[in-house]
Design a protein around this ligand. Structure first.
Ligand code: FAD
Ligand code: UDP
Length: 370
């Protein structure tokens, strides 16, 4: 059969584009996915004890975009959920992002009060200050606070997660978890925060359940390309792989997940605990807190960061820094030469997108497609 569009990748980017093309343009679409399941890295599934877990790490939906939230709401109901994270610092579990509650938990009272006043005077109440910006503060007590937060929250975690120090990455990376000048413990400040009531996989199944969308799972596009007949292509996999690493491989960071199930209702008080300093893993996730499931069992995952090696592990994170952006631009130039191929998604754009940004990017590309 001949298709109007082939879409490589059944993650949120591919699913959004397939859904739009089939439903709004009457296009015949084939989605080719290397893995044997839908939803890309947002994939969730019941484990042997029936607990819904996220195979590729905790995925918490949050967005400022009404458009994205309304769009996805066509395919799922939502479970309200506000993400709160604890970090183990100096043997204590304290709220993260580092906020005024964290300050008061870790500092002696008088000092905490003085530093709070200075933070409010310098940045304003409610400000969200990236650590690399706080580090430039002149005031000795603010500089002291910045050094403390840098050392205890960011340095060890970032070295583990990326194999790099915070300064070796785009400031936006550590800026994702700013110092919050308020007693606000939420990990995300976005107005829309929720999890799909029946999970991400179910949501993506509904997006793709259209008679003009065909699915080919467990198939690598590179291996079957010659057998497919289609007019146009959307590619959401790694852009360097598409061009057979013509300009050298783009670096990605990978993770190794270790899973444990315990016969006890809960092992930690919140969904995610970060370990900036101790242990070789960065964080543990107990999925029940995300799903609200009740069970005598509980499932948790440990995340061990590692370098990405194509074929051995998954390219989970593009590594945002200048030298990688330059290499990406060389691939982008190749991409612009191809008039019938379009690139979008976390791997094809080589951008550290959250799920809502991947959907927003796909909706934007849809509006621009010929
Ligand atoms: P992907 O989900 O990566 O989908 C691309 C798909 O293309 C993959 O399924 C891949 O198998 C397929 N593919 C690649 N090459 C080929 C090929 N040659 N042939 C066929 N198929 C191919 N976002 C949030 O908003 N909140 C979170 O809490 C959050 N947590 C995260 C935690 C982790 C550990 C990770 C790694 C990411 C997290 N994200 C989170 C980001 C989120 O996963 C992404 O924004 C989103 O999944 C991107 O969707 P995508 O479709 O662009 O890419
Ligand atoms: N980060 C950190 N310590 C923490 C949490 C985050 O140093 O306890 C830094 C680290 O560099 C991390 C980045 O902030 O990679 C972004 O954190 P986020 O929780 O957004 O990462 P993700 O959920 O995307 O893995």
């Amino acid at each position: 059969m001949k298709y109007d569009w082939v879409i490589v990748g059944a993650g949120l980017t591919g699913a959004t584009l397939a859904e739009r093309l089939a439903s709004q343009r009457g296009a015949r679409v084939l989605v080719v996915e290397r893995r044997r399941h839908l939803a890309g890295n947002a994939y969730d599934h019941p484990n042997p004890e029936g607990l819904l877990v996220h195979r590729y790490g905790p995925h918490i939906f949050h967005t400022q975009s009404r458009e994205v939230f309304d769009y996805l709401s066509r395919f799922t109901a939502w479970r309200p959920y506000v993400h709160r994270v604890l970090a183990e610092i100096q043997g204590r579990r304290v709220p993260l992002p580092f906020n005024l509650n964290t300050l008061h938990a870790l500092y002696p009272r008088r000092l905490a009060e003085r530093v709070e006043e200075k933070l409010v005077a310098r940045f304003g109440h409610g400000a969200r200050v990236p650590i690399l910006k706080l580090k430039t503060a002149d005031d000795p007590e603010l500089a002291e606070l910045a050094a403390f937060v840098y050392q205890n929250v960011f340095l060890g975690y970032t070295r583990k997660q990326w194999g790099l120090a915070p300064e070796e990455l785009d400031p936006a990376v550590t800026g994702r978890v700013p110092v919050v000048v308020a007693r606000d413990d939420r990990y995300f400040a976005d107005p829309y925060q929720a999890l799909p009531a029946e999970g991400y996989t179910r949501m993506v199944e509904r997006m793709l359940a259209h008679p003009r969308i065909h699915l080919l799972l467990g198939a690598d596009f590179k291996e079957i390309e010659g057998e497919l007949r289609f007019d146009r292509l959307i590619y959401t996999g790694p852009i360097d792989a598409f061009f057979d690493y013509l300009h050298g491989p783009l670096p990605y960071r990978s993770l190794r997940f270790v899973w444990a199930t315990h016969r006890t209702p809960a092992v930690q008080p919140v969904a995610v605990i970060n370990y900036p300093n101790e242990h070789p893993f960065t964080r543990t996730t107990e999925y029940k807190h995300l799903t609200g499931q009740e069970s005598p069992f509980t499932a948790i995952s440990y995340e061990y960061p590692e370098a990405h090696e194509p074929g051995r592990n998954e390219p989970y994170y593009p590594i945002p820094r200048e030298e990688n952006r330059l290499r990406y631009r060389a691939y982008q130039k190749e991409a612009q030469k191809l008039k019938h191929v379009f690139f979008a998604g976390r791997l094809a754009d080589y951008r550290y997108y959250n799920m809502d940004q991947a959907v927003a990017r796909a909706l934007k590309l849809f509006r621009e497609l010929p």
